[in-house]
Design a protein around this ligand. Structure first.
Ligand SMILES: CSC[C@H]1O[C@H](OP(=O)(O)O)[C@H](O)[C@@H]1O
Ligand code: ADE
Length: 289
């Protein structure tokens, strides 16, 4: 199988200028309109696809990002590996603005977002015990380190609904009681949907602030986030440049099974499935339906 690397760019990362044969494509999805067109191209012999999560010009709020359409559109384009790049607040003293954390766990505090491709008419339950792909995460960590970034491997991302930042009581709860490492507004349900679509998913959290818990730092505001985003985005682009050499154009099956997540997940008997839902699942689950 051929690798196609998909990058979902978060706040501050709205385009990639390094691709050969760049082309912004409009992708039609039965799950709605993706956040923006998708930039396709080639980087060092490996196929790439880039999607700005909030759209160019940052038009979609975290609650309104069309997460299902985005993942479906990437899958439709043949993407095999998704790297999510996100701005986030830090709950740890040693996780400073400018550092990258390669996330490996999530706590989902979002509400009311469409969090599954499946439902009545085609019920499925995938495992989310290990929501990120260790192989892809290791490649991201290695590429970021080679780009000179301070990288921390492994940590828990608290996905909040937003768009307001947290209260001090929430920040303390997430940090002191729940032991979270970073906070953001977008990695859920994105990671859940990537798993359902049998895509390897890695989350690169770029620290921009200390949220509001730190006694020696002012509470987060957009100006603070933007001030750190410039350098973070340059580092994110350098990380992306290091991925093709680490992942290669020929893709071996995921040793962790991300690309077979639906193998034993679908519960609904074939003769009881809703044909309309099954049709919408063509890209996400066509392999097993
Ligand atoms: C501008 S700070 C809040 C905003 O930034 C993060 O977005 P993303 O995860 O797409 O980088 C955070 O989740 C909020 O959406
Ligand atoms: N402190 C914070 N909380 C939520 N999302 C963020 N994105 C960047 N910093 C954040």
């Amino acid at each position: 199988m051929q690798t196609r690397i998909g990058i979902i760019g978060g706040s501050g990362l709205y385009q990639l200028d390094s691709l050969e044969n760049p082309e912004w494509l409009s992708v039609t999805s039965p799950w709605g309109v993706p956040s923006d067109q998708i930039l396709t191209g080639v980087l060092q012999g490996v196929a790439m696809a880039f999607l700005p999560r909030h759209g160019r010009g940052h038009v979609h709020a975290p609650s309104d990002v069309p997460y299902r359409a985005n993942i479906d559109a990437l899958k439709r384009l043949g993407v095999t590996d998704v790297i999510s790049v996100s701005a986030c607040g830090s709950f740890r003293e040693d996780l400073a603005p400018g550092d990258f954390l390669i996330v490996d766990q999530f706590i989902d505090r979002t509400v009311g977002r469409d969090a599954s491709f499946f439902g009545s008419g085609c019920v499925a339950h995938v495992s989310l015990a290990h929501p990120t792909c260790p192989r892809l995460s290791a490649a991201c960590a290695d590429a970021a380190r080679a780009a000179g970034v301070t990288v921390h491997e492994g940590g828990t991302y608290l996905a909040m609904e937003g768009p307001q930042f947290s209260t001090l009581a929430e920040s303390r709860l997430y940090r002191e009681v729940w032991g979270c490492d970073v906070i953001g507004m977008t990695n859920m349900p994105e990671a859940k949907l990537a798993r359902e679509a049998e895509l390897c998913y890695a989350s690169v959290a770029m620290v921009t602030d200390y949220d509001c818990w730190h006694p020696d730092h002012a509470e987060v505001d957009v100006a603070q986030v933007i001030a750190t985003l410039g350098a973070n985005a340059a580092h994110a682009r350098a990380l992306v440049a290091g991925l093709p050499a680490r992942l290669g154009a020929d893709r071996a099956p995921c040793p962790h099974g991300c690309d077979r997540a639906l193998e034993h997940a679908i519960m609904t008997a074939p003769d009881r499935r809703d044909p309309d839902l099954v049709a919408r699942l063509d890209a996400v689950a066509g392999r097993v339906l």
